[in-house]
Design a protein around this ligand. Sequence first.
Ligand code: ADP
Length: 502
Amino acid sequence: MDLSTIRHLLSERAANFLTQREHRLLIDGQWVPAASGATFATLNPATEEVITQVAAANAEDVDRAVRAARKAFDTGPWSTIRPAERQRLMLKLADLVEDHAQALAEIESVDNGKSAGIARAVDIALTIDFLRYMAGWATKIEGSTNAVSVPFAPQAEFISYTRREAVGVVAAIVPWNFPLLVATWKLGPALAAGCTVVLKPAEQTPLTALYLGELINEAGFPPGVVNIVTGDGLDAGAPLTRHPLVDKISFTGSTEVGKIIGHASVDNMTRFTLELGGKSPVIVLDDCNPAEAAAGAANAIFFNHGQVCCAGSRLYVQKKMFDNVVSEIGKIASSMTLGHGFDAGAQMGPLVSQEQLDRVCNYIDIGRSQGAKVVAGGARHAGKGYYVQPTVLADVDHSKRVVQEEIFGPVLTAMPYDSLDEVAAWANDSPYGLGASIWSNNLSKVHRLIPKIKAGTVWVNCHSVLDPAMPFGGYKQSGIGRDMGRASLDAYLETKSVFIAV
Ligand code: ADP
């Protein structure tokens, strides 16, 4: 399968976009090549073949993009735009994304390796809903009127209020696992608040952001409001995070890069929010039906091939049903079929890149060498494409690397526990705190466990459920701040206090 052999599976829009465009940078409303003329290849993870070339931005391009965003924010039409107009433009964009949903899903599938059907049903559907949800906030940004006393001016009277104002130019740096969706998690609140944006997609998956750029122009956003620079982390990402004219950075990616960005931000006092790694526990209580718990746990780790920051990668099952549940998950993992994103029968696709494949296989080897028993999978899938078998590891000591470190692939480690207190302690024995799920219908045990778990989201009898209205983000090294929900808007707003002596 290469692009020519799957071309007949692609809609006309996706095929045209992939084969008949020069994929350039969007700066000040125009599609321009990188100043250096450099490009890089983006690959199809299912075939390891080049899909197309994309402009490779460097510091000079980033500077032009930031200046365009700055101008649009400070003096361009965006600086005086009314909230209702922002809302209208965002709703228009959401309608366009809906109209182009199939093409976007197909392009996401080819670039990332995920199923086109799932991309349509999850990534693109959530993108549309989230844009509509955030569009509504544009007209609901409120400050407060405050009754003040001013102790050192007892005779004076003041009218005092707060204003919420857009923070300014936002640098949005996003990863490759949900490329369009996570880009929208940044764009949505930024545009609703009245900010302008420089978006840098991941170098592995730049294409849907560029397609979105075309829709942003078609929707009628003024030039410079959204700029898109494609390129890698060091040449394009790093100059963006260090640029003095950027007011806020919103980053989703690895904890390692998040820390670098945090340090860079403080130099310029740039505001930042970080959504980082995870090692989310799945806690099965003994009142569960083992087959149902196994199906839920398998979905928690294998969805999106385990390339989910909140993937349920640590499974804890109460001792008496441990063997039963783990053997059920082993059966599920062993029976899963692997295939490319247009293969409707495939239950899992390739990992995104050779680098990820090597990383995941290396972790499986480390697990084995540190004493883990391989219940299912445990190897790379033969043939072309970055496929790895869904893997279940058991009998692993809690201190071992496969339990403690984020693998970011379809690898589950399973551990038995005795008591609720013990499992709560183990669930929290991790540098991360993004998500956790509890599987039980015992109301009182579930409610006793929820407050004990240090995680940004706790799911009960489900995992990785997301909604535009619910904030998503991490405790501990899983990040700072929240995406989605009302809470995410706050990170794109400053608060100004006003005193008027009357
Ligand atoms: P992953 O390990 O999942 O690829 P990364 O954290 O490396 O995740 O990448 C997430 C995003 O951060 C990508 O868009 C990448 O290009 C960007 N990035 C990587 N390194 C840096 C850096 N030093 N500064 C800014 N952005 C970076």
